[in-house]
Ligand binder design. Sequence first.
Ligand code: BG6
Length: 466
Amino acid sequence: MASASRRPTDIVIFGASGDLTRRKILPAIGDLSRDGQIRLLGAGRSAMSQEAFKDLVASATGSQDLAARSGWVQLDYDSPDTYEALKPAVDGDGAPVIYYLATPPATFGSILTGLTHAGLSGRGKDRSIVVEKPLGQDASSARTLNEQLEALFDESQIFRIDHYLAKDTVQNVLAFRFSNSLFEPVWNRTMIESIQITAAEEIDIGRRAGYYDSIGAVRDMVQNHVLQLLALVTMEPPTTFDPSDIRKAKQELLRAVEPLDPATAVRGQYEGYLDAEGVGRDSRRETFAAARLVIENWRWEGVPIFVRTGKALRRQLTEAVIRLRDAPHLRVGGRRQRGIPTLVVIRFQPDEGILLRIGAKRPGSRFEMVPAGMKLEYGRLARQQLPDAYENVLSEVLAGGHTVFPSGKEIERSWEIVDPLLQSWETEGHPELYARGSWGPAAAEDLVTGQGAGRWMTSGDEAGTQ
Ligand code: BG6
């Protein structure tokens, strides 16, 4: 990953008084601004004083220096004339400018129009634009957004955030798969029995009903984070580790993923979701989604792949479990040995690492198999605490790199993959309820067992890796 730029840079955050800015963006900017090179301009609808914004910056970042280099501009996103107010900061001394759109997607079009109207858009200048998900509501709106962005900025100036890509453990999939000759030779339909990806959260929607109830689990997690994880775990080796080659490899993989079939997908809603403040009383929004995926290519044809994600689940856990085909079981004294499937578990969070679950002989006089584990504890490789994903995102933007950003084409294709589910669920009845603290609706279990693909596996379970 690229390191932070040393050049003076202006960052303009649209939606700077919002929750995302305070929780994620400002702390990351605070960490990256220690060299004094970042100047910050907050822009938003609120009538905020300069002092109030500086206080907000200071409390979110702990940096009085950054607060002193910060300013606030009030904008009406829909009134192009108000964008003139950005000019002194943006056009000032010719320093690079980063526009960060931390606003609801419905405002993106107006903001792009406003920037163009004020002559502040990007092409041919040292300016980039950062956009936060959701990048569209479906494939067609994602295409429209891409067209709007690409009309004003070159692809190299556009940074579409998927903060999962900026997690070190996610980038480590590339190193794990393609820098070790041990794993890649078995990474295919001949040797792999099944793949499962779980992105589970213990937390519920909290106070995010305004956002979540119009989105649901598929748009919130599957279209972006889960499909990006899948792409990295299953893509072909890229020609180089350069961002453009990695993007090409992911794009090609996503092209081979068949659009999801509602008949092999499950939607759930946790009990009590309807009581959350801001949720529609009869909301049919899913807080859990599971699906079987089909990758139609040479490497993965016929391999069952399952993904699941949800809120208010039993554990906070994101991991990919790759199950290898069973070895032949040799009999001992005429008795069949206990079969112990070999699993490769890529643990993205928490307790980041890679686990190999293998069979070993139980110490003692009898020849008896027991599950045993080999573990890479990723955190131990770091000399300090692993940086927050947002810090990686921003340091990459400052350096102009694209390693941790999906391309517009990947995003469009990911929407094409989930669109059939979204369309079908729009007209279906209420999702299956599940108890908080469970692993989701019972149908999710049946989804896997019914396909003869064992059951859901997570490290730490008795069927898992410990
Ligand atoms: C966000 C989703 O993109 O990712 C949230 O909008 C989710 O609903 C979050 O909680 C999970 O991110 P992380 O980094 O905590 O796993």
